[in-house]
Design a protein around this ligand. Structure first.
Ligand code: ATP
Ligand code: MG
Ligand code: FE
Length: 344
């Protein structure tokens, strides 16, 4: 099916067009620069930017794909989770286009879309698969029995998301927002073994209750303490070593628990999605440790890991192909949509 996808859950206005598993267009407008000086996304600023960007981004995507709205089989839109006002812009726009062009509409889960986008890269996802979903607002391990109808959460962060930890540590190292890319770059020049930062929820006593859960707030605090101690002594902060050691701690825990989940469930496919899946060390470490155990790792190219419209279109195309019924035209945006609901 030819499906158009609209994404406005955070600071990226994305419109993507796919035909089955083939990516035809991925138009993106970002308000990230407007938020940078605040060190995080400002909801009102994001909503206004979506309003201004949605129509031009839509037109750009259709042009890039070489199709018209009349050609598409369905319109998919992120219905949640995300910023309420930002979601509303995309949902309202999708309803308008669906009504005008008389197309079915699918209100989809942004997090499931972060997983589904990999089908554009590697084709149909073998089911069951284990998904490691790591983004700015979420860090979860899921068992994906059927990407169209149901995912089972195995564990999640009990405090900060992995991306949030990258953003906070970048900030204390004086790097710009979002912090993932500059830490990834700085870490390449550093020693990942320089500083033994803590691996949250990996001690035997924690594993009993939190085998597949994550915790990154202690790590963030440990990095802050370490940097402060250096500064108090009047010594320079070895930024590359701090970045590399922090990144290693995050990736080590993520990959250890993801591999453990695969082994526990006897599942041989691990798919990694969400903005943090763009991290070069996470990808390399997952590849290395999974290869040894006969687990296949799938991760979309970095550009498809962070928010975009193509991921929404990819999930929409999967739902259409599986014969899932479309949403009602009065579908609500749900800023707290649970992970277990793939489409509304
Ligand atoms: P959610 O998907 O949970 O609603 P979001 O949509 O805001 O959150 P994404 O766009 O999926 O988040 O991911 C953004 C996050 O990914 C940011 O925290 C950013 O720092 C992080 N990130 C992006 N690139 C990298 C990278 N190379 N290494 C580590 N983190 C990265
Ligand atoms: Mg973003
Ligand atoms: Fe996201």
């Amino acid at each position: 099916p030819l499906v158009l996808g609209i994404e406005t859950s955070c600071d990226e206005t994305g419109v993507g067009v796919v035909r089955g598993h083939t990516l035809l267009a991925d138009a993106l407008a970002s308000s990230v620069d407007e938020h940078a000086r605040f060190g995080g996304v400002v909801p009102e600023v994001a909503s206004r930017a979506h309003l201004e960007a949605i129509v031009p981004t839509m037109e750009r995507a259709l042009k890039e794909a070489g199709v018209t709205l009349a050609d598409v089989d369905a319109i998919a839109v992120t219905a949640g989770p995300g910023l309420a006002g930002a979601l509303l812009v995309g949902v309202a726009a999708a309803k308008g286009y669906a009504l005008a062009a008389e197309k079915p509409i699918y209100g989809v889960n942004h997090l499931a879309a972060h997983v589904a986008v990999d089908t554009l890269e590697h084709g149909p996802l073998p089911e069951p698969a284990i998904a490691l979903l790591v983004s700015g607002g979420h860090s979860s391990l899921l068992e994906v029995d059927d990407l169209a109808t149901g995912v089972t959460p195995l564990g999640a962060t009990i405090d900060d998301a992995a991306g949030e930890a990258f953003d906070k540590v970048a900030r204390l190292l004086g790097m710009p927002f979002p912090g993932g890319p500059p830490i990834d770059r700085a870490a390449r020049e550093g020693d990942p073994g320089a500083i033994p930062f803590p691996r949250g929820l990996t001690a035997p006593k924690d594993l009993a209750a939190h085998r597949f859960d994550f915790s990154f707030s202690g790590l963030k605090t440990a990095v802050a303490r370490w940097v402060e101690a250096r500064e108090r002594l009047g010594e320079p902060v070895p930024v590359a070593d701090v970045a590399a050691s922090f990144q290693e701690a995050v990736c080590d825990v993520l990959v250890t628990k993801a591999v453990d989940a695969c082994r526990d469930r006897g599942i041989e496919t691990l798919v990694i999605g969400g903005g943090v899946a763009a991290n070069s060390r996470l990808r390399a470490l997952a590849e290395e440790r999974c290869a040894r155990r006969g687990i296949t790792v799938r991760a979309p190219r970095p550009k498809l890991c962070t928010d975009n419209g193509a991921m929404v279109a990819a999930l929409g195309a999967h739902l259409v192909a599986r014969g899932v019924a479309p949403s009602r035209l009065d579908l609500p945006a749900d800023s707290a949509m649970p992970l277990t609901i793939v489409s509304v």
